[in-house]
Ligand binder design. Structure first.
Ligand SMILES: Cc1cc2nc3c(=O)[nH]c(=O)nc-3n(C[C@H](O)[C@H](O)[C@H](O)COP(=O)(O)OP(=O)(O)OC[C@H]3O[C@@H](n4cnc5c(N)ncnc54)[C@H](O)[C@@H]3O)c2cc1C
Length: 471
């Protein structure tokens, strides 16, 4: 009798280095690749609009790649992944279900429940390595506690082998006739009002797009990463975050190539760049580690004192000016408009807009995290929560609260010619670089808004608010 396995794709939308798929292809006669769309999963952190856009195109790409290998992607939609899987097991006669582990807290709870239900009815469940370099339980302090400080965490990771064996891409997948599924279009992932038109200029979701982007970055741009990664106008970073989030490329594949590059590259500065990139992959690991060990950290400040922080009263109009990039501070508005237009924002600018929101405007970091969640194509609960808490000063290993970015000085330092601001804030295109980051010095010369807040006063008020916590 032929043995069938269901491969449940989740945040691993790839064929290369996909341990669950590899296992199924090696050990079963029939492999049924499945994606289950359960839009309510994740509760109040269910996927946002920009993530849905990416997912639509990524599923299309995966389906095409699977078809090339002789299979195809079976898609079902519903409220409960468990019920959908149980129905598929009945319809296909599958004896096993395989997946790669996820570590977002809601996914951990769901997967445990599904495993219990399936094994209870005689179906074997096998879970494989996640799209992480290390399992969160595998990197702990000597006393068994999780790390809270990145440098110590990353040092520990580096005592393990960063170069890891990868699974091959299956050349042939025998799925037989698949039961009926629904077309990807029917999932309704694309927006009805087409605000996404700008996204197409920036991204090619899917495994091939991921490898093309990784190739450009790791073969060429990485040598200057250490310097260029802070320049928002330059294409100096890898732009792989969304590909990584959806698992279109595994961090192991990226890390292996980075390790090879260290051997190939002679110049000390280029080697420093590669090491820096490896550490950034380390930050992604650290974020997953923190969310797994501190599951409340997506919703609550890790520093308990911040429960008493005097955040500003909710004011929808103020928040909207930030969201829409109409604060009157050029680098902030450029970042927020880049986000809206492309679904992504440069890391340095993410830090600036987050600091402006949580410190100058004193708006709770959760409001910022939620806006990012809906608008980022790389929205990732672990990295987003860590990033916001880090900037707000309330996270583990966070920037000290008193370090409040001055967006004018930061603009002058990291966008000295104003190329980034001009790209995203057309009202300021004609401005001389001398005034570009402080257009209010030439009041009345264009219809760009005046700053919505005094940077110096708001900084002083934020520091006083923080002092009140210390008292
Ligand atoms: C407020 C705030 C919110 C953020 N929200 C997210 C998010 O939702 N999703 C997300 O993937 N990243 C988030 N980041 C981290 C970082 O900004 C992005 O990962 C990075 O800008 C992605 O661009 P890149 O792929 O070109 O990065 P590169 O500089 O090329 O870095 C390579 C990879 O390392 C990882 N990485 C780099 N920096 C970080 C970091 N600080 N934390 C965790 N992983 C990192 C990413 O996977 C990235 O793709 C956030 C940062 C801040 C300050």
């Amino acid at each position: 009798m032929s043995r069938s396995a269901i491969v449940w794709f989740r945040e691993d939308l790839r064929l290369h280095d996909n341990p669950a798929l590899d296992h199924a292809v090696q050990h079963f006669d029939r492999v049924i690749p499945v994606y289950l769309h359960t839009p309510q999963q994740g509760g109040h952190w269910r996927a946002g609009a920009a993530s849905h856009w990416w997912l639509h195109h990524s599923l299309k790409a995966l389906d095409a790649d699977l078809q090339q290998a002789g299979a195809g992607l079976l898609i079902r939609q519903g409220d409960s992944a468990r019920q959908l899987l149980q129905a598929l097991v009945r319809e296909t006669g599958a004896t096993s279900v395989v997946w790669n582990r996820l570590y977002t807290p809601w996914a951990v709870a769901r997967d445990i429940a599904i495993k219990t239900a399936l094994t209870g009815s005689g179906i074997a469940v096998h879970a494989f390595r996640p799209s992480l370099l290390f399992e969160p339980e595998a990197v702990l302090k000597d006393n068994g506690e999780p790390y809270r400080v990145f440098t110590a965490f990353w040092k520990r990771c580096q005592t393990k082998s960063l170069y890891q064996a990868l699974c091959d891409t299956p050349s042939r997948i025998s799925s037989g006739d698949l039961p009926h599924g629904i077309p990807i279009e029917q999932l309704g992932l694309l927006p009805a009002i087409r605000w996404d038109s700008g996204f197409y200029d920036h991204w090619t979701p899917g495994e091939q797009g991921a490898y093309a982007q990784a190739g450009i970055f790791l073969d060429e741009d990485i040598a200057d990463y250490e310097h260029n990664r802070d320049i928002p106008a330059s294409p100096g970073t890898s732009r792989l975050s969304a590909h990584l989030h959806f698992g279109e490329i595994s961090p192991r594949a990226l890390m292996n190539r980075a390790v090879q590059r260290l051997d190939e590259i002679g110049s000390a500065t280029a080697r420093q760049s590669v090491t820096r990139f490896m550490a950034e992959l380390g930050w992604r690991e650290f974020a997953a580690h923190i969310l797994y060990h501190y599951p409340a950290s997506s919703d609550e400040s890790m520093d308990a004192r911040f429960a008493y922080f005097p955040w500003a009263a909710d004011d929808a109009a103020v928040l909207q000016r930030w969201q829409q990039g109409r604060t009157g501070i050029p680098i902030i508005d450029a970042g927020m408009r880049e986000l809206w237009h492309s679904g992504w924002m440069h890391n340095r600018v993410r830090m600036l807009v987050a600091s402006f929101l949580t410190k100058n405007l004193r708006i709770h970091w959760q409001h910022g995290a939620r806006w990012f969640w809906d608008t980022l194509v790389d929205a990732d609960l672990a990295s987003n929560s860590l990033g916001w808490q880090w900037v707000a000063g309330c996270g583990t290993d966070a920037a000290p609260y008193f370090r409040i970015f001055n967006p004018v000085l930061q603009g002058k330092k990291f966008d000295p010619d104003g190329e980034y601001v001009r790209r995203w804030v057309p009202e300021l295109r004609a401005f001389d670089r001398k005034y570009l980051h402080e257009p209010w010095r030439l009041a009345g010369q264009c219809d760009y808004p005046a700053p919505m807040i005094d940077l110096k006063d708001s900084r002083a008020q934020a520091l006083a608010a923080f002092q009140s916590l210390r008292r």
